[in-house]
Design a protein around this ligand. Structure first.
Ligand code: PHE
Length: 341
């Protein structure tokens, strides 16, 4: 009987070694401790054992059973630990692997230049105003001193939507809107960035849609000297502190007098090079003192109020600053171009 018990213990310790799953373990448990286990035969044999030896063998069998139960319990802990280990291993993250890179977007050059100009003017106490891109003929032309038959309308080939509505050809109608809004006629300093449209065929230097920034100052004492100071400040902020400006007489219906503004060439410092076509100067924008007719049309008394306005092409500024040779590059969204800035 003792030998048989030893044999049982031997065989289970052998089988237990190869266990890999809880399922197998449960089967083994059935085999050794279940209702039809190997111990059943032993119990039958116990009947034939002399009466005085029965307690001894009963005790041995019980001990063996307890032993087995303990072995199975240990095996279970072991298997569970191994399973956790395997799971952890399969789920390990290798923190040294290179990460996934995302394509982070960046601001378009046009937006960057708009923000740069906005920063310059915000620093001077201006506020930013916006207006609609579909404008009325009244605000885009008439109230800017361009009546219906005015020849200067030809300066800006317009895209009309109806008799009275058009895609705005410049940001100047925001001047009109802002003057009309200012019913208390308080001193005003505004800039208006935005898209404008012209009936142009697109080529290297023309686009049917481009971007302008307009500035308008109206107060009781606003002079050409104020305009000149503002232009010099702007030109130096944009093109370098060593720059000078030059004002040439020009014509815009909404300003009088009107000027064309040149900046001294930042490439040759005014000596003359291919950039400035040998002149030492580069044209950057148009400006002037607000025409009395514009002030009056918006209800401002031109004997009391004066103002100046300027309008620049954002693409032109960007082209000059960054040496871009084709305006279409701004709109074709070639990432190789966009990413350079
Ligand atoms: N609106 C003018 C244009 O588009 C530019 C400009 C604005 C000129 C303000 C003078 C004053 O050509």
């Amino acid at each position: 009987m003792e030998k048989k018990l030893d044999k049982i213990i031997d065989s289970i310790s052998n089988e237990i070694k190869d266990l890999t799953s809880i399922n197998d373990l449960n089967q083994l448990k059935g085999k050794y401790l279940g209702r039809k286990s190997v111990f059943n035969d032993l119990m039958k044999e116990l009947k034939n054992v002399p009466k005085e030896e029965k307690p001894k063998f009963g005790l041995l069998i019980n001990q063996a059973k307890q032993n087995i139960a303990k072995m199975l319990e240990d095996a279970k802990t072991n298997i569970e630990a191994k399973m956790i280990e395997a799971k952890l291993k399969s789920e390990t993250i290798d923190v040294t692997l290179p990460g996934k890179t995302f394509n982070a977007g960046s601001k378009h050059l046009i937006s960057q230049v708009i923000e740069e100009v906005e920063d310059i003017f915000l620093g001077l106490g201006y506020t930013v105003k916006e207006g609609p891109e579909v404008e009325t003929d009244l605000y885009n032309f008439e109230m800017l001193n361009l009546p219906k038959d005015h020849p200067a309308r030809d300066m800006q080939d317009s895209l009309y939507i109806s008799e009275e509505k058009l895609m705005r050809t410049h940001t100047s109608p925001v001047q009109v809107r802002s003057l009309l809004e200012n019913t208390k006629q308080e001193p005003m300093k505004i800039i208006c960035p935005g898209k404008v449209y012209r009936k142009d065929d697109d080529d290297q230097t023309h686009s049917h849609q481009f971007t302008q920034i307009e500035a308008l100052v109206v107060d009781k004492k606003t002079t050409l000297a104020d305009l000149k100071g503002t232009l010099l400040f702007l030109a130096r902020k944009l093109f370098g502190e060593e720059r000078e400006i030059r004002l040439r007489p020009s014509y815009f219906p909404f300003t009088e007098p009107s000027v064309e503004v040149d900046v001294s060439c930042y490439k040759c410092n005014g000596k003359g090079c291919s950039m400035c076509k040998g002149t030492g100067w580069i044209e950057i924008l148009g400006a002037g003192m607000v025409n009395n007719n514009v002030l009056e049309a918006a209800g401002f008394d031109s004997n009391t109020y004066q103002g100046f306005a300027l309008g620049m092409g954002v693409e032109r500024i960007a082209i000059l600053k960054y040496g871009i040779d084709d305006i279409r590059a701004f709109y074709t969204n070639d990432l190789r171009f966009n990413k350079q800035f």
